[in-house]
Design a protein around this ligand. Structure first.
Ligand code: IPM
Ligand code: MG
Length: 370
């Protein structure tokens, strides 16, 4: 049967291909057991693309991503490419895709799975039940602002510089995504900036406040300085529901939130573009953990974040809430059953590798569907 669900799979570097392999089992399972078939195309990105095509994000990959209904992204980067010039680094792979597809809203949930509360660096009570969402702006700010560069000053010393800049439109559209999400959750939004020291931060606060007053008066909006937010995340994370942040602050805070959950290897993310008149939007799904070159090729990476990214894809790109929930439940049951990859290992659990973890998820899916 021809499928109308076009998926572009970009495994990338490091543990990307290993964990993606486990996701493809889930895709295959959906095909066999739920009769939902995907038209899967594979592409090159990051270091893998540099080796094969000489560029971290070849035009062919961007075109395939634009054609696809959803992109499932692994991870990019590794020591092998560390010495390359800035605009040739594997990281350009993800940055170019975000920019060219207009993927401006990066949704990064930080959730503590009940069986993993003990894995957090915080006391279990502080994180048990934690479920927050960071909405990070992802096509603007200092990541893309001009001017940027490293220059030589008249006295011969050097200066490095980047530009943080946000237009009203850029702030408004990502704020809307965050407000809408807050509405679907507990109706609370915390917007983060440094309005005390940055003009662009002051402006961010102003625009978010206006959007709130105008369109989301029912949502409880608060503002927090980014440094304070970091401190609060590390001490009382459960006070938050949805956090809205710029590209850079969102990058930093989402790593912190992930660490607080105790399991980077468990966290998925979605990056969404604007919906067109038919409701179709570009979207890319990727785990938060990155390429983890130190454990790549050893078969010990945790495939859960990549599998859960596929669950987000089912939910956000195809409205397949039931199937998404099945995948999430399967992962949770595997954990409850005591299987652990190294990153989430606790005393008394059974340490397993990538493949065994992936197979266990499929077994749980079979039971759920039975
Ligand atoms: C992330 C990563 C990327 C970023 C890198 C790989 C460019 O850290 O997705 O959080 O900084 O956005
Ligand atoms: Mg990051």
């Amino acid at each position: 049967m021809a499928s109308n669900k076009k998926l572009l799979v970009l495994p990338g570097d490091g543990i990307g291909p290993e964990v993606m392999h486990e996701v493809l089992r889930v895709v295959d399972w959906m095909d066999r057991r739920r009769h939902v078939s995907f038209d899967v195309e594979e592409g090159l990105v990051g270091g893998a693309a540099i080796e094969a095509e000489g560029h971290p994000c070849p035009d062919r990959t961007v075109e395939a991503a634009a054609r696809a209904d959803a992109v499932l992204f692994g991870s990019v980067g590794g020591p092998r490419w560390d010495k390359l010039p800035f605009d040739r680094r594997p990281e350009i792979g993800i940055l170019r895709l975000r920019k060219e597809l207009g993927l401006f809203a990066n949704l990064r949930p930080a959730q503590v799975w009940a069986p993993l509360a003990e894995s957090s660096s915080l006391k279990p009570d502080l994180v048990r039940g934690l479920d927050l969402m960071i909405v990070r702006e992802s096509t603007g700010g200092i990541y893309f602002g001009e001017p940027r560069g490293i220059e030589i000053l008249p006295d011969g010393t050097r200066r490095g510089f980047d530009t943080e800049s946000y237009t009203e439109e850029e702030i408004t559209r990502v704020a809307r995504v965050a407000f809408e999400l807050a509405r679907k959750r507990t109706n609370r939004l915390t917007s983060v900036e440094k309005a005390n020291v940055m003009q662009s931060g002051r402006f961010w606060r102003e625009v978010v406040t206006e959007v709130g007053k105008r369109e989301f008066a029912d949502v409880e909006l608060s503002h927090m300085y980014a440094d304070n937010c970091a401190m609060q995340l590390a001490s009382r994370p459960k006070q938050f529901d949805v956090i809205l942040a710029s590209n850079l602050f969102g990058d930093v805070l989402s790593d912190l939130a992930a660490a607080v959950t105790g399991s980077l290897g468990m966290l998925p993310s979605a990056t969404l573009g604007a919906a067109d008149s038919s409701g179709r939007r570009h979207a890319l799904y990727e785990p938060i953990h990155g390429s983890a070159p130190d454990i790549a090729g050893k078969g010990i990476a945790n495939p859960c974040a990549q599998i859960l990214s596929f669950a987000m894809l089912l939910r956000w790109s195809f409205g397949m809430e039931e199937e998404a929930a099945m995948v999430e439940t399967a992962v949770e049951r595997v954990l409850a059953g005591g299987l652990r990859t190294t990153d989430i290992m606790v005393p008394g659990a059974a340490r397993v590798g990538t493949t065994v973890m992936g197979e266990a998820v499929i077994r749980e899916l079979d039971k759920i569907a039975a």
